[in-house]
Design a protein around this ligand. Structure first.
Ligand SMILES: NC(=O)c1ccc[n+]([C@@H]2O[C@H](COP(=O)([O-])OP(=O)(O)OC[C@H]3O[C@@H](n4cnc5c(N)ncnc54)[C@H](OP(=O)(O)O)[C@@H]3O)[C@@H](O)[C@H]2O)c1
Length: 294
């Protein structure tokens, strides 16, 4: 039996589906019975609970071989690090009370830094918190920038014919597909081959700049002249707030982008076969095009 947090999300859902396809027993945790239904139809046991409900997730974790833990994003949190720590504390307590032996924890590139990385600061806190669980083996997965983040550019492309970011557009950046993170998590959940507390960067197939991303996506959607345009941090912050994202989260996202731009938020491992994952930006662009055209 495995327990999967965030089981209706990008990574958790893919993990649950892969484990079920292998014939494993899986408990899937989410806040909505309806959203979990596609997984229960495939044989998963649904645990309808908020991750803040420590007792409920302790029950979900009890008797499992391994747990996939993650702190879901909450774009409207007034104090994002505080929100991350509340959820993180609940998950850590549940792991300890349930006596879980193996945890694959979704973290991020930059989570080795206690400050200066905005929305990733709370993932540093969570790594430290899980590292204090003496009886539990933990691997912290530190993926880089998700290629799926580009999907949020569809409206900008349709309205203005460009993609916009405050990241440097010509700096190579590791970018990863969430399905590759799920594949790696499944490998480690099922092998339970880690001991103590370890970390693993996950970096996509190679570093690509935003300019290269726009070329690949432009080709896939039939807009060969598509370009990424770099805009000031404050413009991005204001537009995020305009979209309903809280001021604290918008400020945290900008702090993270600044840290990526100045190089302070970067992988801690050199690229290697172990942290390199297969899905290329060209492959992702085909998925992007399907969503763009749907
Ligand atoms: N985007 C990036 O470039 C990037 C890079 C590195 C790391 N990360 C990290 O990756 C994580 C996001 O992963 P993802 O994309 O797979 O997430 P996601 O697609 O947003 O999924 C979040 C999941 O959590 C569930 N959820 C939300 N709030 C919950 C709560 N209070 N209690 C129980 N379940 C809750 C949601 O389901 P319901 O709504 O159905 O409950 C959903 O299944 C974040 O920790 C982020 O920091 C992101």
């Amino acid at each position: 039996m495995y327990a999967i947090c965030g089981a209706t999300g990008n990574i958790g859902k893919a993990i649950a589906e892969k484990l079920l396809a292998h014939g494993s027993k899986v408990r899937v945790i989410g806040r909505s019975k309806e959203r979990l239904q596609p997984l229960t139809e495939k044989g998963a046991e649904a645990i309808v609970a908020d991750l803040l409900d420590t007792d409920a997730i302790k029950k979900a974790f009890t008797g499992t071989k391994a747990v996939f833990a993650m702190i879901p994003p909450n774009m409207t949190a007034a104090n994002y690090r505080g929100y991350q720590n509340e959820i993180g504390q609940s998950i850590a307590s549940a792991i300890e009370k349930a006596g879980v032996k193996y945890v694959v924890n979704l973290s991020s590139v930059g989570a080795h830094l206690p400050e200066g990385v905005g929305v990733v600061n709370g993932l540093y806190d969570q790594e430290q918190r899980l590292n204090r669980l003496e009886q539990t083996n933990v691997i912290h997965l530190r993926p880089s920038f998700f290629v799926e983040n580009h999907i949020s550019q569809i409206d900008t492309i349709k309205q203005h014919g460009i993609m916009a970011t405050s990241l440097k557009i010509d700096a190579p950046l590791p970018q990863i597909a969430t399905s590759d993170i799920a594949d790696y998590a499944v490998k480690r959940l099922t092998a339970q081959d880690f001991e103590g507390k370890v970390t693993r960067d996950l970096l996509g197939p190679k570093d690509v700049s935003m300019t290269q991303v726009a070329i690949a996506i432009g080709k896939a959607i039939g807009k060969e002249d598509l370009k990424f345009v770099q805009v000031p941090h404050e413009d991005v912050r204001q537009s995020l707030i305009g979209m309903g994202i809280s001021e604290d989260v918008a400020t945290g996202l900008i702090e993270l982008e600044s840290a990526i731009n100045d190089g302070s938020c970067s992988p801690t491992e050199p690229r290697s076969p172990e942290n390199t994952t297969p899905t290329t930006i060209e492959n992702f662009s085909k998925v992007f095009a399907q969503i763009y055209n749907s």
